[in-house]
Design a binder for this molecule. Structure first.
Ligand code: BJ8
Length: 426
């Protein structure tokens, strides 16, 4: 194994704390992922990526920076990767999926802040995320109130925090605001990179990101088969790696995995027996290494066949359609694409529940598990009406609220078992 201590030290990480984090992560990964039966061969690539997620991938970022490329980090799928690629930058998702250093985070944030935000602070304050430390710019976004206010506190702690405003309604004014914000973001990217965004560079960025999206959409479609050719845990992992890996290499690996899964489907080969209870998980995003709920669901004789989440279909299901040959026209197409995202920060937000219904049908799911992080107002508030609408349509729904700790694992398990029984009786 390569020793990256020098690189981590030069990035300013707390090397001892970081080693402890990697040891914990390695153990969790072995227990949760490597213990699964009949995993597709193609998952070996993702096992490798995960084993090097703070090693080789960070070295690639450091090398990219040495070549003059800029690393742009973000916490939200509203930050267009196409624009970062158009200035030859590298886009990375930032660590926010582990219960780490929350005591330090709670010295700056109220206790009743969601785990995702606390985690981002825990990583930063503990100097434990090499992605954050590699970033030339971190992009924040005015989505939920928690993030909006947290960025005010994060700003002085990082090198360059750039906050993008976002609309809260799907109106014409909202779309105009989004386009204007993307225009300002282009100016920021041009300023930090010293490179000009052109129609050609934008088209190239769109092509790369669309190919990546098409690959994960292909994966999502294959999961309609019964028996399920891949576990929900492994599919989630692919969607998590989406935010960290080199986009072209990632696309290739997902397509190879899909080739293998299509063969499995042809031969009726699955990771769970045919007829296993099938569920969709809908709600808050699950950032690496937030694997708690999928692990509990799949260890309880149910298989997850889709994620209605920003780390899942909400983040990837729309492509950017290139129309026009000017930066302004292409920016319209990019805005159109991102304006579809039905995050719960929008009011009203009917397309989200409609899509959950559509997913349930096309993936032949028996029920939906609505997942909210504790203290996440947008998703918790939306979960009631979503449950009501789904149940009205004959889709059994279980609403769960949890955090990153394992303290409630027993309680969750009991509720999942009861839900599974209900689905079996359906
Ligand atoms: S587009 S879902 S990635 S904002 S869990 S921090 S909402 S209190 S993550 Fe999100 Fe963009 Fe929306 Fe998607 Fe706030 Fe809730 Fe915490 Fe959340």
């Amino acid at each position: 194994m390569t020793d990256y201590t020098e690189m981590w030290t030069s990035l300013g990480l707390d090397v001892d704390g970081h080693n402890a984090l990697l040891a914990g992560l390695g153990k969790a990964y072995t227990d949760i992922f490597l213990s699964q039966k009949d995993r597709p061969e193609g998952m070996k690539y993702f096992d490798f990526v995960m084993s090097e997620v703070h090693g080789l991938r960070i070295k690639e970022l450091v090398d990219a920076k040495a070549e003059g490329r800029k690393v742009i980090g973000s916490y939200c799928v509203f930050v267009p990767e196409e624009l970062v690629l158009a200035v030859d930058g590298v886009a990375v998702g930032l660590c926010a999926g582990a219960e780490l250093n929350f005591e330090a985070a709670e010295t700056l944030l109220p206790r009743n802040t969601c785990s995702l935000i606390k985690s981002a602070f825990g990583f930063k304050l503990g100097k434990l995320c090499p992605y954050v430390e590699s970033c030339d710019v971190i992009v924040g976004e005015n989505t939920c109130d928690g993030k909006k206010k947290a960025y005010e506190i994060l700003g002085p702690l990082v090198k360059d925090l750039y906050v993008m405003d976002l609309p809260q309604t799907k109106s014409e004014m909202g779309k105009k605001l989004l386009k204007e914000e993307y225009r300002k973001f282009i100016a920021k990217l041009e300023h930090v990179s010293g490179k000009k965004v052109t129609p050609a560079s934008l088209k190239k960025g769109i092509e790369i990101v669309n190919a990546k999206r098409k690959a994960v959409i292909r994966l999502a479609t294959i999961r309609a088969a019964d028996p399920a050719p891949i576990s929900g845990l492994d599919s989630l992992l692919v969607n998590q790696v989406f935010f960290h890996d080199d986009p072209v290499r990632f696309t290739d690996a997902v397509n190879k995995l899909c080739d293998e899964l299509e063969e499995r489907v042809k031969h009726h080969k699955g990771v769970f027996p045919k007829g296993t209870t099938r569920v969709i998980v809908s709600g808050c995003p699950m950032a690496v290494p937030n694997w708690k709920l999928p692990m509990l669901i799949e260890s309880g004789n149910a298989v997850i066949v889709g994620e209605e989440s920003c780390v899942g279909e909400r983040g990837t299901r729309w492509l950017t359609e290139v129309k026009g040959n000017t930066v302004d026209a292409i920016l319209d197409a990019i805005t159109d694409r991102y304006f579809n995202i039905d995050c719960a920060v929008f009011t009203p937000n009917p397309s989200r529940v409609n899509y959950v219904k559509e997913m349930t049908k096309k993936l032949h799911a028996d029920g939906v598990i609505h997942y909210s992080l504790q203290f996440c107002q947008p998703y918790i508030m939306e979960s009631g009406p979503v449950e009501k609408e789904l149940e009205k349509s004959g889709i059994p729904t279980l609403r769960l609220e949890t955090d990153y700790s394992l303290e409630d694992a027993g309680q969750l398990k009991t509720r999942l078992e009861a839900f599974n029984e209900r689905l079996k009786r359906k």
